[in-house]
Design a protein around this ligand. Structure first.
Ligand SMILES: Cc1cc2nc3c(=O)[nH]c(=O)nc-3n(C[C@H](O)[C@H](O)[C@H](O)COP(=O)(O)OP(=O)(O)OC[C@H]3O[C@@H](n4cnc5c(N)ncnc54)[C@H](O)[C@@H]3O)c2cc1C
Length: 461
């Protein structure tokens, strides 16, 4: 699926400098076939281009400004565009307000332990853009990026730019991951992804199958079930977490114990860690836990991973018991880490006694298949994750799975960087509060590269 504006544009032919260009332009002008410019093509020269004005691109901009590196932030929509266009109505951050911080800027409201609504996130990120004086060019879609001598050529729907360095801050969640079985489903079933689902009233009446039990899947299953629809939730590998542990938010523990700060190069199987689903968490004023036990207690039916669709039937794997045991085990291990940290630091007095949670209850019976032709299921929500869209990136830096080849955000091409991807440099990298450290590290590398391109491209991290 292409996002709006991601279609490639034909190249035009003449190049000239803008009066305010920052760098020397090479004297290269090619005329259209008839000797006249086929269309006057202006190429602007800017040291660094940042693609994307989400929080990660803006954090990068702030760090570039601190080092007086001239740059522009190109954004196809408005600041915080993905929060404006791609989220469902009831979504709140699952990270508490006290954790919403960006370089030189943090939440300062009256409810540090609360969770921002989408509108509040838009306001928070938009204010940061103003405070950081980020040079954002909105309504500017990057349509292609190619390597050009000593840098990159960035084509947009509003002009062309040459830069020495480029930061990809275009997001990790541009496209929904929809499994191939979607094609085999009966046409009577309506499909939604978390990017086009807004609220339960959009769905046809009748049963709903939610595929995927990460943060998105459990939140949507809960909301739709609360709206009175029968919900079946298909559960594969998942990450279980309680909202509160020993009287503190579980994300407080992640931060205090140093888990969030764990570096990418300290993790054994980094590709697997980068592919892990988001934790089953929701941010609500009640600070409720939204794990599978909470869902089944309200009447959501659990089935195994969607394995195939054949002859109008959805087939689910068995092995829910194993999936649950694994998620419970991993949760307990993480809680052990927190307990060890509390013992090693004099924090035992600040927190409640050690606790453990009931194992995930295995349903007495769980169907291995559902006949999708009976009308029992009328719609499916694919809560099966997201992926970035690099369809406009004409630089050979993607592996055969389409993942960017990078070392902690230093991409495998000189002067090219990425920010905002899962576990880019730290466990917290993809979250709002993770952008600051990553942006500082990457801009430090970028500044070194500008000062001495040969040395810095050899030194990867
Ligand atoms: C459902 C959901 C819930 C989340 N909840 C939380 C949470 O509770 N707490 C938390 O900390 N994080 C959360 N995240 C993770 C993360 O904070 C968000 O995904 C955040 O929006 C990522 O910021 P970003 O700047 O990396 O990317 P984005 O916000 O996606 O910004 C990328 C920008 O690039 C622009 N862009 C893309 N392609 C182009 C192009 N070709 N040309 C020009 N512009 C382009 C987009 O329009 C967009 O504005 C959540 C993510 C999702 C999907």
């Amino acid at each position: 699926m292409r996002r709006p504006g991601s279609a490639k544009r034909p190249r035009q032919c003449v190049e000239r400098r803008l009066p305010h260009s920052h760098e020397a332009s090479e004297d290269r002008s090619s005329l259209g076939g008839g000797g006249q410019p086929a269309g006057s093509r202006t190429i602007e020269h800017i040291t660094t281009v940042v693609i994307g004005a989400g929080h990660a691109g803006l954090a990068t901009s702030r760090c570039l400004t601190e080092r007086s590196i001239d740059h522009v932030v190109l954004e196809r929509g408005e600041v915080a565009n993905s929060w404006r266009r791609e989220r469902w109505d009831s979504l709140r951050l699952l990270t508490p307000n006290w954790q919403s911080r960006l370089p030189g800027y943090r939440y300062e409201g009256v409810d540090p332990d609360g969770f921002m609504t989408t509108a509040e996130v838009i306001e928070f990120v938009s204010r940061f853009a103003v405070v950081a004086e980020a040079p954002v060019r909105g309504q500017t879609t990057v349509t292609s990026v190619t390597q050009a001598d000593a840098g990159y050529h960035v084509a947009t729907d509003r002009g062309e730019i040459r830069c020495r360095c480029l930061v990809l801050a275009s997001g990790a969640c541009n496209l929904p991951n929809v499994p191939a079985h979607r094609q085999a489903l009966p046409t009577s079933i309506e499909h939604f992804t978390p990017m086009d689902y807004r609220n339960p009233s959009q769905l046809p009446s009748g049963g709903v199958l939610v595929v995927g039990a990460s943060a998105t899947g459990v939140q949507l299953a809960h909301e739709i079930h609360q709206a009175g629809r029968p919900v079946t939730l298909s559960v594969g590998e998942h990450v279980r977490l309680p909202r509160m542990y020993r009287g503190r938010d579980v994300l407080w523990w992640m931060e205090a114990s140093g888990v969030w700060n764990q570096r990418y190069d300290e993790i054994d199987d980094i590709s697997r860690a980068r592919g892990l689903p988001s934790p089953q968490l929701v941010g609500t004023p009640e600070r409720a836990t939204l794990d599978l036990n909470a869902l089944t207690a309200t009447g959501v039916r659990l089935v195994g991973r969607l394995a195939a669709v054949r002859d109008g039937r959805a087939l689910f794997s068995g092995g829910l018991r194993n999936q649950f045991a694994l998620a419970d085990l991993k949760m307990d291990r993480l809680l052990d880490t927190f307990d060890e940290w509390a013992r090693a630091h004099p924090r035992e007095a600040d927190v409640d006694p050690v606790e453990r949670f009931e194992p995930t209850r295995v349903p007495a019976s769980s169907p291995l298949h559902l006949d999708l032709g009976t009308g029992q299921i009328r719609s499916i929500i694919w809560a099966t994750g997201y992926r970035p869209d690099y369809s406009w990136l004409d630089v050979p830096v993607l592996d055969r799975k389409g993942h960017l080849r990078h070392d902690g955000g230093v991409v495998d091409a000189p002067g090219l960087y990425a920010i905002g991807l899962p576990l880019l440099r730290r466990r917290k990298s993809t979250f709002i509060h993770g952008a600051e450290d990553d942006a500082r590290d990457l801009v430090e590398h970028l500044a070194g590269y500008l000062a001495n391109p040969k040395a810095e491209s050899a030194r990867s991290r």
